[in-house]
Design a protein around this ligand. Structure first.
Ligand code: UDX
Ligand code: ADP
Length: 463
């Protein structure tokens, strides 16, 4: 089947950039991204491409090129489903916050709603592509809904996990390490797989496009994220030992990374990993393992999360201890709130948890993040339900620039590795602060020697 019309349900961090790149690279395919959230769609359609709702380097340029040509953003979900031969499901699958599997299993209610909507609307055969991270065997559930509630048309379900990392989404999409497509091994399944292979081969070489069965594809995504997160928890575990022994975790990471079997990437000790994927996917893996009675497997992977939670807590404890065991009414400046640089996404950001701990100790938090709004920060805190919105408003403030955020602060905590932090006039910042002035570098991005020569008391991770 030759694909000429694609619909993507979900205009978020995955659906938006992925469809923008497909549209740019496949001008012969009409790509329509739909979402229930009217504001989000309005933002994607903002005449100024700089105002699109997701910040990713290079994305606004691609949207500017393709939007209105063969890339469309719309709230007319039914219409887009009806017209498309291929439908990507790119809705969010957060960890369940209620009922069975609470805090562990993925909440599939948005996926199920999509499947039911597709079943209701579709009047011709469709290929349905799972793009969201899903527990293994979700494709089966989607298929069952489609086959049992549809209008008698044929559906092929493909799993096509997204491996892009936020902050580098555009380059990851343009030059992927691999594209993974899982489908049925029947003739119709293979036809569907080939249709999607043809879409990607407009810009990705065939030898990078891997095809597997559906379940291998689904499980590969969880496994990839678990392995990546495990490397971070492993190096973070060593960072605590380094602090006790006088070794330097950056030197250790460099030394082990030169072993070609280990490799240098994903060995940066930090205040802890965040983002919408790692924690959710590992919890999901743990839940699946437990549900098959594989307790050792579950415990093994759960430890990655336990270590990550410990690392965040350890960082806030260190701030309190260093500031003479009290931060009550002290101003602590946060540089960065996003879960990593070059994104405005804050889901599971370490900053949220560190702020929460410090506010419990009655500190006042003043934040500067180049891309995150104050309302988003407050929403993140409210979501924890530790205290009321009014209390959060009193405890957290955000500023237009770092110099304002740091003025009069007792300490600075670096929570995100934004490049611009390295270029600041640190002497000027030091002069505006309470003395002794502390820096807690949760990302190890600043030059410790330089800061110490100015007069700062510098604390990095793992040294
Ligand atoms: C991740 C996967 O990389 C991607 O393939 C998948 O599709 C989605 O999940 P993402 O969460 O966007 O992507 O970003 P990533 O670069 O993986 O970073 C995740 C977290 O780990 C961030 O908080 C980052 O700061 C942290 N991290 C990363 C470290 O603390 N140390 C490192 O060495 C690398
Ligand atoms: P991700 O990082 O997985 O892309 P996001 O939360 O950024 O997650 O985006 C998911 C999007 O999916 C949200 O904008 C949400 O409004 C949208 N969405 C969820 N359920 C549906 C649905 N049934 N129909 C259309 N859009 C949906």
């Amino acid at each position: 089947m030759k694909i000429t019309k694609i619909c993507c349900i979900g205009a978020g961090y995955v659906g938006g950039p992925t469809m923008a790149v497909i549209a740019q690279k496949c001008p012969h395919i009409q790509v329509t991204v739909v979402d229930l959230n009217e504001q989000r769609i309005a933002d994607w359609n903002d005449p100024n491409p700089e105002n699109i709702p997701i910040y990713e380097p290079g994305l606004s340029e691609i949207v500017a090129e393709a939007r209105g040509r063969n890339l469309f953003f719309s709230t007319e979900v039914d219409k887009a489903i009806d017209e498309a031969q291929m439908i990507f499901i790119s809705v969010n699958t957060p960890t369940k916050t209620y009922g069975k599997g609470k805090g562990m299993a993925a909440d599939l209610k948005y996926i199920e709603l999509c499947a039911r909507q597709i079943a209701r609307v579709a009047k011709q055969n469709k290929i349905v592509v799972e793009k969201s991270t899903l527990p293994v065997r979700t494709a089966e559930a989607i298929k069952s809904i489609l086959d049992n509630t549809g209008n008698g048309v044929q559906f092929q379900i493909l799993s096509n996990p997204e491996f892009l990392a936020e902050g580098t989404a555009v380059t990851d999409l343009l030059n992927p390490d691999r594209i993974l497509i899982g489908g049925d091994t029947t003739e119709e399944g293979e036809e569907a797989i080939n249709a999607l292979v043809d879409v990607y081969s407009n810009w990705v070489s065939r030898d990078k496009i891997l095809t597997t069965n559906v379940w291998s594809s689904e499980l590969s995504k969880l496994t990839a994220n678990a392995f990546l997160a495990q490397r971070i928890s492993s190096i973070n575990a060593m960072s605590e030992l380094c602090e006790k022994t006088g070794a330097d975790v950056n030197e250790v990471a460099r030394a082990i990374g030169m072993d070609s079997r280990i490799g240098p990437k994903f060995l940066k000790a930090s205040v802890g990993f965040g983002g919408s994927c790692f924690q959710k996917d590992i919890l999901n893996l743990v839940y699946i393992a437990k549900s098959y009675g594989l307790n050792e497997v579950a415990d093994y992977w759960e430890q990655v999360i336990i270590m990550n939670d410990h690392q965040k807590r350890r960082f806030s404890n260190k701030i309190v201890q260093t500031l003479y065991n009290t931060v009550a009414d002290k101003k602590i400046a946060f540089l960065g709130w996003a879960f990593k640089k070059d994104t405005n996404d804050t889901r599971e950001s370490a900053a949220i948890y560190v702020a929460d701990d410090l506010i419990n100790e009655q500190a006042k938090i003043s934040v500067f993040d180049p891309k995150v709004s104050k309302s988003k920060m407050l929403n993140d805190l409210d979501y924890l339900e530790t205290r009321t919105s009014q209390e959060n408003i009193k405890a957290l403030n955000s500023f237009e620039n770092a110099y304002e955020a740091c003025k009069g602060a007792h300490a600075i905590a670096i929570l995100t590795e934004w490049d611009e932090f390295k270029t600041y006039d640190w002497k000027k910042i030091y002069d505006s602060m309470h003395k002794p002035a502390f820096v807690f570098d949760g990302r190890n991005i600043l030059n410790a020697k330089e800061l110490e020569s100015i007069g700062f008391v510098y604390n990095g991770i793992g040294s």
